[in-house]
Design a protein around this ligand. Structure first.
Ligand code: ADP
Ligand code: ASP
Ligand code: MG
Length: 266
């Protein structure tokens, strides 16, 4: 039995959320593959790390100092690290990143992918799982689609049944450059990992208990939809239900893997 689990931004927002993730994983030994998003908002007024990374890049492009925004990115990761008590030198890698940003020697895709990268490094250290970089197995074709056959074969080789953590949202182009999916794309990374490893279920952990009849930010207390088909799910996500990225469906449908949307906070 293998369950591939993906935890979204709100599930990675602070050390308290990391603790919930660990309890969820410990509750079921079949949960051996973990895909993580960049740290999301801790509350309504907070910022997503991915948004801050895009913003730092835009600042540097227009020659505006990005140090204050970048400091928020450093603070969030060092705080999570320190509260969890794991020893990873995030400062060294972040300093190098800032340097490349200032020198304009980093692409936007590589910079914004680092939110997921740091989440995965921290989570792997916290869980005692192996870090498996998405850059080492998700292979894009030149047209921006994923070479699924090659990617699946690479992940099968990297898989370690002691538990692995994979950063969501990105992979590499044929020339080795990092490329990201569109926003919300960590869901796709999870679906690709589930398909590659022939998982029994793909669990997508977020901040709502399943697919609801309406967006809960617009309608109060909408009811959950207990079950939908892949086609209905694709239609829902294509028409704007943010809960799952539309690119998630193809890899899991092809392998007939059920998707289970779960709430990290419940
Ligand atoms: P994550 O960071 O875990 O990927 P997202 O913010 O991308 O989470 O997706 C979850 C959000 O999707 C919910 O908080 C909710 O506001 C929104 N949403 C929109 N439509 C729906 C729907 N039909 N059912 C559930 N959630 C929905
Ligand atoms: N962190 C990325 C985003 O905010 C990808 C994801 O969370 O799925 O879009
Ligand atoms: Mg999402």
């Amino acid at each position: 039995m293998l369950k591939v689990t993906k935890f979204g931004g709100s599930s990675m927002a602070d050390a308290g959320q990391y603790q919930k993730v660990r309890s969820i994983l410990q509750a079921d030994p079949a949960r051996k593959v973990v895909i993580v998003s960049a740290a999301g908002k801790r509350d309504k007024k907070d910022h997503k790390i991915t948004d801050l990374l895009y913003l730092s890049f835009a600042h540097s492009q227009y020659g505006v100092d990005s140090s204050r925004i970048f400091d928020l990115i450093v603070e969030r990761h060092t705080q999570i690290r320190d509260e969890l008590g794991v020893s990873i030198d995030v400062e060294a890698e972040l300093t190098q990143l800032k340097h490349r940003l200032d020198e304009k020697t980093i692409t936007q895709d590589e910079l914004v992918s680092r939110g997921e990268y740091f989440s995965a490094k921290l989570m792997a250290a916290y869980l005692g799982f192996q870090f498996v970089d998405a850059a080492d197995w998700i292979r894009f074709n030149l047209d921006g689609t994923v070479d699924r056959e090659k990617s699946y074969a690479l992940l099968k080789d990297l898989y370690d049944d002691g538990g692995i953590v994979i950063p969501g949202f990105y992979g590499t182009m044929p020339d080795g450059h990092i490329r990201t999916f569109s926003r919300g794309g960590s869901d796709i990374t999870g679906a690709l990992a589930a398909a590659a490893l022939d998982a029994d279920v793909y669990e997508n952990w977020t901040d709502v208990s399943g697919i609801l009849m309406a967006d809960p930010r617009i309608v109060d207390n909408p009811q959950a939809i207990p079950e939908v088909t892949y086609d209905e799910l694709r239609e829902l996500s294509c028409s704007g239900a943010q809960v799952l990225h539309e690119g998630t469906i193809f890899p899991v449908r092809e392998k007939n893997i059920p998707v289970n949307i779960r709430n990290t906070n419940a």
